[in-house]
Design a protein around this ligand. Structure first.
Ligand code: PGA
Length: 240
C-alpha cells in the first residue's frame, strides 16, 4: 500500500470543506491508503469515509493548561489516527524546534497516534551540497530522543513545497534511500518514507515508480477532490 496523505493546510472554509467531503464519498483503492489532514476546525466533518484522518499539528504541551492548544486526547476523540509533526512551515513561521517535535511525538504516541515527521533542506543548503547532512541532523536530533514507534518520515525539500519544482527522480530515489539507510543503521528499524513537495497528477506516476517511495504528502494538488481521485487511480494502475 502506498500512502497518499493530503495536507489541506489552512485552506477551505466550512462550506468548501462540506463539499469536499461530499465529493470524496467512499474512496475505494487497491493500492493507496488515503489520509486526509484538514484544518483542526473541520475534522468532525470528515466522519465516515473510507479513509483515515490526520491532523496537521498537535500541542507540544500535554498536561499543562494552555490557551489555544489542541491535545492528543482531543484529536483521538475526533477519530484522528495520524499527525503531521515538524512541517517546514511550522519550523519556519512558528519557529518550532527539536524539543517541540520530541514533545509532540511523545504526546502523540501516548494516545497511539501515528506520526508523519517532516524533514527537508532549503534551496541554499541543496546548492551547497548539504542535503544529506541536514537530513541526518533533522533525523538524529529528534529520533535519538524518542521511541521509534509508529513514525514515518516525509521528505519534503523546502524549495519544492508549493513551488511547482521537484528534485530529479534520481535525487528523490537517492535521498529516500539515504534516509532509510541511516534510520536502519542508527535504530535498526525499517521505516516508511514519503515524498512531499509539488506532487500533482502529472508527476505522481514517475515518483510512484521509485521503489523506495512509500507514498506522498500532497498539499496544493489535494485541494481538488478530482485530483485526489486521479492520483489514487494512478497509484492503483501501477503494475507490480
Ligand atoms: P505542496 O505542499 O504539495 O503544495 O507542495 C506539500 C506540503 O507542504 O506538505
Amino acid at each position: 500500500m502506498k500512502i497518499l496523505a493530503c495536507n489541506i493546510k489552512n485552506k477551505m472554509d466550512r462550506l468548501e470543506t462540506e463539499s469536499y467531503v461530499e465529493q470524496l464519498g467512499e474512496i475505494v483503492s487497491e493500492k493507496a491508503k488515503l489520509i486526509i489532514c484538514p484544518s483542526f476546525l473541520f475534522l468532525p466533518l470528515f466522519k465516515g469515509g473510507n479513509y483515515s484522518l490526520g491532523s496537521q499539528d498537535i500541542s507540544s504541551f500535554n498536561e499543562a493548561t494552555v490557551t489555544g492548544e489542541i491535545t492528543a486526547k482531543q484529536l483521538k476523540s475526533l477519530d484522528v489516527s495520524y499527525v503531521i509533526i515538524g512541517h517546514s512551515e511550522r519550523r519556519n513561521y512558528k519557529h518550532e524546534i527539536n524539543i517541540d517535535f520530541i514533545n509532540k511525538i511523545n504526546h502523540a504516541q501516548e494516545k497511539d497516534l501515528r506520526i508523519i515527521y517532516c524533514i527537508g533542506e532549503t534551496e541554499e543548503e541543496k546548492e551547497h551540497g548539504e542535503t544529506f547532512d541536514i537530513l541526518e541532523k533533522q533525523i538524529s536530533e529528534v529520533l535519538n530522543n524518542v521511541v521509534l514507534k509508529d513514525i514515518m518520515i516525509a521528505y519534503e525539500p523546502i524549495w519544492a513545497i508549493g513551488s511547482g519544482k521537484i528534485p530529479t527522480i534520481k535525487e528523490i530515489q537517492n535521498t529516500i534511500e539515504y534516509i532509510k539507510d541511516i534510520v536502519d543503521e542508527k535504530y535498526e528499524q525499517q521505516i516508511k518514507v514519503l515524498y512531499g513537495g509539488s506532487v500533482n497528477v502529472d508527476n505522481i506516476e514517475v515518483i510512484n515508480n521509485i521503489e523506495a517511495v512509500d507514498g506522498f504528502l500532497v498539499g496544493g494538488a489535494s485541494l481538488d477532490v478530482t485530483n485526489v481521485k486521479k492520483m489514487i487511480e494512478i497509484i492503483d494502475n501501477k503494475g507490480n
